[in-house]
Design a protein around this ligand. Structure first.
Ligand SMILES: NC(=O)c1ccc[n+]([C@@H]2O[C@H](COP(=O)([O-])OP(=O)(O)OC[C@H]3O[C@@H](n4cnc5c(N)ncnc54)[C@H](O)[C@@H]3O)[C@@H](O)[C@H]2O)c1
Length: 328
């Protein structure tokens, strides 16, 4: 039985693969190594290689190449689970290059669904996003069956569409599919284009921090270890299900910065910029369904999660700083 993790060199894919390998499972990791912060991707991949991951450097939107490379592994059995995390992330960037987001997130998902069904896959776990909820009128937690039909960005649309296609595959085949709506994931070796690691780098180095809007926009920040627990549990679901995976405790950007100030013991230098139109005011997961069907309970507090992330940054400061120096 084989487990495939697409996007294994990305942030969440790395942590998930790491956990699966720690449990002595055989993992075929797939990634085309394209996201920002290549040095960080290489670092993650080296850690996984040291633990025995079988790695394919391939673009999942290229079906012919994908099939060829999988065949070359001489794998002839059954795929137990495809954890499909590869894709282009980032709401704001998707507004600048919508076509790329549709291609990677929709075509890439279709190709991986085909691989799963061709190899009699048992389950398929799709990385979806809280972005599919768009802007909600009332400030209440988002429930899985109350999705906006008018997503606010090409990224959100690509995730919503990938969910619908995955549901269709589950209907017409024996593939079990879980679509997981992640809420702002953070943690060690996180993405350099996301707020938390950038905030840590800028506070430690006395650089100004750009905050879009008034800083009171809230995100349901969720620690990556909790997310990986939920991802693994969701592979046991029958049929098709959508789950919110979030801490269900939204915090404002200002609160995150004040918690980092306490941990790092330095004052952040905030510079306010206008709110981006594709940014929503808050995200907040209702996780009753994941609690009841998956027995999933996120357990890492914001303070603990941030402390672990700051420690990771400090232990890897020399090389991770050089990535920020290049992209800033
Ligand atoms: N991090 C979050 O807060 C968050 C929130 C909601 C949803 N998600 C989703 O979860 C998934 C993982 O997110 P992440 O934060 O780890 O992102 P990431 O950018 O760190 O990882 C994505 C990985 O996919 C790879 N990839 C992209 N296109 C590919 C292609 N065509 N072929 C092969 N590999 C490709 C990239 O090289 C990268 O390593 C993404 O689908 C993202 O949209 C993430």
């Amino acid at each position: 039985m084989l487990i495939i993790v697409t996007g294994c060199s990305g942030f969440i894919g790395f942590h998930l693969s790491n956990e699966l390998l720690n449990n002595n499972l055989s993992v075929l990791g797939i990634d085309n190594m394209i996201s920002s912060g290549n040095v960080l991707q290489n670092w993650r991949l080296e850690q996984l290689k040291a633990k025995g991951i079988n790695f394919l450097d391939v673009d999942i939107t290229n079906k012919a190449e994908l099939n060829k490379k999988i065949k070359e592994t001489n794998f002839s059995g059954v795929i137990s689970t495809v954890y499909h995390l590869a894709g282009l992330a980032g709401v704001r960037q998707s507004v600048l290059e919508p076509k790329n987001y549709y291609k990677n997130n929709i075509m890439g998902t279709i190709n991986m669904l085909n691989i799963a069904t061709e190899f009699s896959g048992e389950s398929f776990v799709l990385a979806s996003s809280s972005s599919v909820y768009g802007s909600q009128k009332k400030r209440i937690p988002f429930v899985e069956n109350e999705t906006s039909e008018i997503p606010q960005s090409p990224y959100a649309f690509s995730k919503l569409f990938a969910e619908k296609i995955s549901r269709d595959y589950s209907n017409i085949s024996s593939l079990n599919v879980s679509s997981l709506r992640f809420f702002t994931v953070y943690g060690p070796a996180g993405r350099v284009d996301m707020s938390i690691l950038k905030f840590i780098h800028n506070i430690i180095n006395d650089y100004p921090i750009n905050v879009f809007g008034n800083g009171f926009q809230e995100r349901d920040f969720t620690y990556v270890k909790d997310i990986c627990d939920g991802i693994i549990k969701s592979s046991q679901i029958d049929g098709f299900e959508i789950f919110n995976l979030g801490s269900s405790k939204p915090y404002s950007v200002i609160k995150v910065l004040s918690t980092l100030k306490e941990i790092i013991n330095k004052e952040p230098k905030i510079e306010y910029l206008p709110k981006h139109f594709a940014d929503v005011d808050y995200t907040w997961a209702n996780i009753d369904k994941a609690k009841s069907l998956l027995k999933w309970h996120p357990s890492t507090s914001l303070k603990d999660g941030l402390e672990k992330t700051v420690n990771w940054y400090k232990n890897n400061k020399n090389w991770i700083s050089s990535i920020f120096e290049k992209i800033n």
